[in-house]
Structures are given as C-alpha cells and as structure tokens.
Design a protein around this ligand. Structure first.
Ligand SMILES: [Zn+2]
Length: 394
C-alpha cells in the first residue's frame, strides 16, 4: 500500500512540475530577437501565415504554439546588394511584413513602442518588430536610417558579415588578423560614430552582433544607450569570431545591454563545425560544381545540408548546449544581461530537440530544472530585452 502511495505522490509531483513550466512559459513575455523567416519565405516563395511545418523553423501558427509573444523579424539582404539596391530591398521586406500583419489582424500586430508591445501581449497577438540586419542597407545615408526608423525598424545591426564604409565586421576583422594583414581602418570611423549617435537620438537599438571586435569597442564607447547583441553566443564555449568574449560580455553588462543567445549549432558547439567540415569535404565534387555556378558560401552550405539531411541529423549538438551558453553569461555577469535571439530560419542546423519555434517551452523547462527561479526565467525569456527596448525608447 505504502508503495502505491509513493508512486501516486511521485506522479502528482512530476505532473505539477510539468504543468508548472507550461504555466511559467505562458505567463512570461517571451521575446525572440532574431528570425530570418521573411528572407527565407521570399527566397522559397512561402507564405508564413500558412502551415510550414517540416519546411521551415517558423510560421505564424507555430509562434503561438511556442508561446512567443514578441518576435523581431530580421530585414536582410547580403553583400551583393549595395548602393542603389540594398535600401530598396530592405523596404520591400518591410512591406512584406506589413502585408502579413494586415492579412492577419486577429493574430499579429506590428509594434514599435514598449506601450504597443504591452498592448499586443494583452490582446494575445504576436507582437511583430523589425530589426535591420546590416548597416549596408542605409547606403551611407542618415536620411535612409531615419526612414527605416519611421517605418518601424527598432534595431540596426551595424554590419552583417560584410563591412560597410563606416564599420568593420567580425568576418573581415578576423580574416585580416588570420592573414596577418590588419585592416587599415578597423572599427567605426567618424560617420560610423555619427550613425550610432543618431540611433541613440532616434531610439533605435544599436545591435552589435556580427560586428568586429574593434567596431564593438568603438560602439560601446560611443553609445549613450544600452546595446543589444540580437543573435550571438559565448566565445569561451565555442570560439568563433561571431561569438562574444568574456570582456565583451562584461562590457555589455556594464552598459546595461543584453546578449541574446544564438541557437545555431555552429555557434554553440565547435564539434559541430569540425564534423560539418568533414561531412562537406566528403562531397567536394558537388561543392566545387556549386562554386563554379557562382553560388555563395552560405547557399552551398544550405544546399548540402538539405541534400544530406540524415548525416546532418547525426552531428547536431545536444539541446543542453543552449542552456550552457545562457548559464555561462549568468554566471559571469548575472541574470540581467542575457536573452534569446535564436536565428531560426537563418541557420542550417539547430541543437537536438529544437526543431523550430514551437520548441521554445523546452528552454523554460530546462532553466527551471537547472534551478532558475520564475523571476530569472522571466528576465531571460524576454524581460531583459524589454528593459533595453524601454531604455532606448526614452
Ligand atoms: Zn545574422
């Protein structure tokens, strides 16, 4: 009899815990600061208000399933766009997001202020925000920056992988260092500093994901408002130039900003990158023929990942790698400076058990299981980012 009582108590406890994480997740304002579904849907001619399960990491219905309250949609074009084309392309992507919002008034709402964000959450609609991923989209013009802000853009990533005339990227700075040929003008030049100050005046968050180390330090010294890293992870755990060092994490904390952890397997676990390299090397002939067709590095990666899905499946890092990166930042600087910028639909691989935006509740579950309090979880899942958004909007 005693055994039966014990089993019953265990079952009730487990059930309560399972219920608990769902309730905590539902009650938290969950924010993801980086999602590339807009570019992906344009490229693949998909409608994100349809059911895209199995084809993408996200669609409107799955944001709801994942308990996402606020999604920052990335406006993106690569380095092949420049003066005369990049700003126009950015506006077309912004148009597409407004069109999706207009088609789904009962489900989504465009927001550009903290008050609107709260209104959307209250009405249980997905709050859609705009982040522009790459300074090249302002084409060296402050009036274009102004215009993007007026259209609702609330962060600008100073560079993508390509440097601009006024800011150097992590990719270019690290390549120059590797080659032993330092760039003649690394970091922000005077115009770059003007861009940062103008963003502070407008109330547009300065996003330092993708930027080079020198650009990072120049921007941190120039900004008068807290910065964000919309989708970056920890260098110490996975040493790639896109991730941030302990010194950078400490500087962001001092600035009152926030680092939104990126879920890309290659930014979480360096074993993944080594295995991916070996896998792709075994298909060198295909890689070379794609190169001959003038396909870019990312397109080739994506193509191979799609074709060799089963092999890619085997090299995914464990789910715990996400929690390790969050926990590392918390242990280094406290719980107020970390959040989530998953990079869904912008990456070819995610850790095991994270197959799309619908799996976000697993993060809450894992944080609670690790001993994080409900208050801490609320901060990580969205509260920290909202604090920075508010500080920039004043
Ligand atoms: Zn990115």
């Amino acid at each position: 009899m005693r055994l039966y009582i014990c089993i019953a108590v265990c079952c009730i406890t487990l059930f309560a815990k399972a219920q608990n994480y769902k309730t905590v997740h539902k009650q938290a304002i969950v924010v993801d600061t980086h999602n590339d579904i807009l570019s992906t849907s344009v490229e693949k001619k998909l409608k994100i208000d349809g059911n895209l399960l199995g084809r993408t990491h996200s669609d409107i219905e799955r944001f709801k399933k994942g308990g996402i309250d606020v999604q920052v949609f990335s406006i993106f074009c690569d380095e092949t766009f420049g003066k005369g084309t990049a700003f126009r392309f950015a506006n077309r992507e912004i148009d597409s997001l407004y069109t999706i919002a207009a088609r789904n008034p009962g489900r989504v709402m465009m927001v550009s202020t903290p008050a609107e964000l709260e209104q959307a959450v209250e009405q249980e609609k997905l709050a859609c925000m705009i982040g522009v991923e790459g300074g090249h989209m302002i084409e060296d013009r402050l009036d274009y920056l102004d215009s993007l802000f007026k259209r609702g853009a609330r962060y600008l990533t100073l560079t993508w992988n390509n440097s601009t005339d006024w800011a150097t990227s992590a990719k270019d700075e690290s390549a120059a260092q590797k080659a032993g040929k330092p760039l003649p003008h690394a970091g922000l030049n005077d115009f770059g500093k003007t861009v940062v100050k103008k963003m502070n005046d407008l109330g547009m968050m300065v996003d330092l994901s993708h930027v080079g180390v020198q650009t990072f330090w120049d921007a941190i010294q120039t900004t008068s408002k807290p910065v964000i890293l919309s989708h970056s992870s920890v260098y110490k755990l996975c040493p790639v130039p896109r991730n941030v060092t302990d010194e950078q994490i400490k500087a962001v904390a001092k600035n009152g900003g926030v680092i939104q952890v990126n879920f890309y397997s290659g930014f979480l676990d360096s074993n993944y990158l080594n295995r991916r390299k070996a896998l792709f090397a075994s298909h060198r002939a295909e890689m070379d023929s794609l190169k001959n067709l003038n396909k870019g590095e990312y397109e080739i990666g994506d193509w191979l990942a799609q074709k060799y899905r089963k092999d890619m499946e085997k090299i995914r890092p464990p789910f715990s790698s996400i929690i390790d990166h969050i926990d590392y930042i918390v242990k280094l600087v406290g719980v107020d400076y970390v959040g989530i910028g998953a990079d869904m639909d912008g990456v070819e691989s995610l850790p095991k058990d994270i197959n799309g935006i619908q799996d976000f509740p697993k993060i809450t579950k894992a944080l609670l299981a690790k001993g994080y309090s409900v208050d801490d979880v609320n901060k990580i899942m969205g509260g920290n980012f909202i604090r920075v958004f508010k500080a920039n909007s004043k």
